[in-house]
Structure formats: structure tokens, C-alpha cells
Design a protein around this ligand. Structure first.
Ligand SMILES: Cc1cc2nc3c(=O)[nH]c(=O)nc-3n(C[C@H](O)[C@H](O)[C@H](O)COP(=O)(O)O)c2cc1C
Length: 293
């Protein structure tokens, strides 16, 4: 992925992004589509080494066929395009998918496009057909895109208030020093204060914010703290939802690393035994980011 391809700063883009569910009807310009496609062509392998594949489908002027059947169960009004992504069921694949898709979404924000992650509310069969899925591939989530409308449609306000979409957990719930239970305060995070704040602001499925990070030495250990009974097991079975909280972890990794890189702090991702006792049975280790000094 080419992090130099952003015109605005990562912090600006992360702060500007929100789940946009109401779009103008005007199609996405060819210039914006080609810039996004160019960026997508650099997003193939995620930080945990697995491959994802992405494709944009967009409506053209006077065309009401391209997006036909690509439904969102009424959650999105007037989408003029979708970013569809597919991966395989390998360890690390959902995190890599989340990492890459979020970077693409930030590039879309950079181009003035609104966007909304859709992990549950999209018509799986029609999107799979559009993506021409290969053997073993599946679509964990798609992203709707388009130019944001001035006013949200009536359902958007309800969805936002039910998900408490503007709320985020505090630092003391998310970031720790050496072990769980010892909060890492913003002032103690040094040059990592901003990358961590960018993780805190990240979007997540149903806004559950399942990421937890422990700093130990020069390394940052990323954990997934699963939300109990999420998603609802019956709902999950019925519509065959992917493990979206692993996708959320990938999004957090993306915000952290893009923000660090912007500050000229480089590191790499490894998976190892973290040697940090986990806080409870809902918590699982994902990956470690270690600074390259
Ligand atoms: C992996 C993932 C899946 C999501 N799936 C849906 C979805 O199916 N339908 C929907 O309306 N919003 C979906 N969202 C959007 C979240 O509800 C939203 O990000 C969260 O409430 C925070 O609001 P914000 O994005 O405006 O900051 C999803 C977000 C993520 C990260």
C-alpha cells in the first residue's frame, strides 16, 4: 500500500470520516474513480501476509443498471458505488482485509467521498456474483461510497443513535502499560499519543471498539476483546456474518500504522507469544507492532 498517495494528513482523514448513509445522486467522477482504482491496485497483501482482492462498482451518468441488485436492506440511500473485497479463510486474513479496506476508505475520504462499512447489511449473493468469487474466497464486508448528501435521510439518525455512533471508549479502557489494569495515559505515550488516539477514533462493527493495546518495551501488543454474545448467534447464523470483530482489529492496526508512518516512525508486525496475561476469556492476542530503531 502506498501511504504517500494521501493528499491530506491521516489524522485529518480519520477525523473527517464517518459512516455516511445518504448520498447525492450524482455519479462519482471518472477522475475520482481512477484515483481510487490506482490506490486499490497497491492494496493486495496485508501486514499479516495474506492476500485480499478489491473491486469498485460504480454507476455512470444515466445508468441505473450497474448497481442493480447490490442491496443494503434499506440502510443506505442513493449509493453511487461500492468497494467490494474478498479474501480466503486463512489466519490473519480478516485482519488484513480490515487493514487494507480501511486504507482504501481513507483514500476515498481524501477524494471527498463519503463511505460506510457494511458487514451485515448487504445482499451477499448479488455482491458475490459481481465479485466473481473464486474457489475458497468470501466477502467479509463491502463499503458503500458516493458524494455525501447535505442532509441525512430519516433512518440514518436512528441508526447512529442506536449504535451510539459518536461515542468512543476512553483511553483507560483501551490502552495499557506492561499489563492489563495499568492504564497508559496520553501524556505517557510520547510520540505514540496521536497513533493511539487515531485507533480510538476508528469505526467498528456496531461501534463495539473491541481493540485493546498493551505497551511493553518498544512493542505494542494488539488484542481483540470480544463483545459477549456478539453478533447475536441466531442473526449471525441466518445471514452468515463474518467474524467482524477481527476485521475491526485490522482497522485499528491500519489507523495505528498509517499515523505512525506519517510521523516517520517505522515498525513491523509480528505474531509471537505476547507473555502478557490476558484480562479474561473474551480477550485474545492478535499481533505485535515493534518499532524499527
Ligand atoms: C466491520 C464493520 C462492519 C459494519 N457493518 C455495518 C452494517 O452492516 N450496517 C451499517 O449500517 N453500518 C455498519 N458499520 C458502521 C458502524 O456502525 C459504525 O462504524 C459505527 O457505528 C461508528 O460510527 P461512525 O463510523 O460514524 O464513526 C460497520 C462498521 C464496521 C467497521
Amino acid at each position: 500500500m502506498d501511504q504517500l498517495k494521501f493528499n491530506q494528513s491521516i489524522s485529518q482523514l480519520i477525523k473527517a470520516r464517518y459512516s455516511c448513509r445518504t448520498y447525492q445522486t450524482r455519479p462519482i467522477s471518472n477522475a475520482d474513480l481512477s484515483s481510487l482504482e490506482e490506490f486499490i491496485s497497491t492494496c493486495r497483501i496485508g501486514p499479516l501476509g495474506t492476500q485480499s482482492r478489491f473491486k469498485i462498482v460504480a454507476a455512470k451518468e444515466g445508468d441505473n443498471q450497474s448497481l442493480k441488485g447490490l442491496g443494503t436492506y434499506g440502510f443506505i440511500k442513493n449509493p453511487t458505488g461500492f468497494i467490494i473485497g474478498a479474501c480466503r479463510d486463512n489466519p490473519g486474513a480478516l485482519e488484513d482485509f480490515g487493514y487494507l479496506m480501511e486504507a482504501i476508505l481513507l483514500r476515498a475520504t481524501d477524494l471527498g467521498l463519503g463511505s460506510c462499512w457494511l458487514g451485515g447489511t448487504f445482499t451477499k449473493i448479488r455482491f458475490s456474483r459481481e465479485m466473481e468469487l473464486q474457489e475458497g474466497e468470501f466477502i467479509p464486508a463491502v463499503v458503500s461510497i458516493g458524494y455525501p448528501a447535505d442532509e441525512p435521510f430519516w433512518l440514518e439518525k436512528t441508526i447512529r443513535s442506536r449504535a451510539r455512533a459518536d461515542h468512543r471508549l476512553d483511553w483507560e479502557d483501551l490502552f495499557f502499560y506492561q499489563a492489563y489494569g495499568i492504564p497508559l495515559k496520553p501524556a505517557e505515550a510520547g510520540k505514540f499519543q496521536e497513533p493511539l488516539e487515531m485507533v480510538r477514533l476508528a469505526p467498528s462493527a456496531s461501534n463495539k471498539q473491541p481493540w485493546r493495546i498493551v505497551k511493553k518495551g518498544k512493542a505494542w501488543y494488539f488484542f481483540l476483546r470480544r463483545t459477549a454474545n456478539y453478533p447475536n448467534p441466531v442473526f449471525d447464523f441466518l445471514i452468515n456474518i463474518a467474524d467482524l470483530q477481527r476485521v475491526d482489529l485490522g482497522i485499528a492496526m491500519s489507523h495505528f500504522e498509517l499515523s505512525a508512518l506519517e510521523r516517520n516512525i517505522s515498525g513491523n508486525w509480528i505474531q509471537e507469544n505476547p507473555n502478557i496475561p490476558q484480562s479474561d476469556s473474551l480477550t485474545e492476542y492478535t499481533a505485535t507492532w515493534q518499532i524499527i530503531s
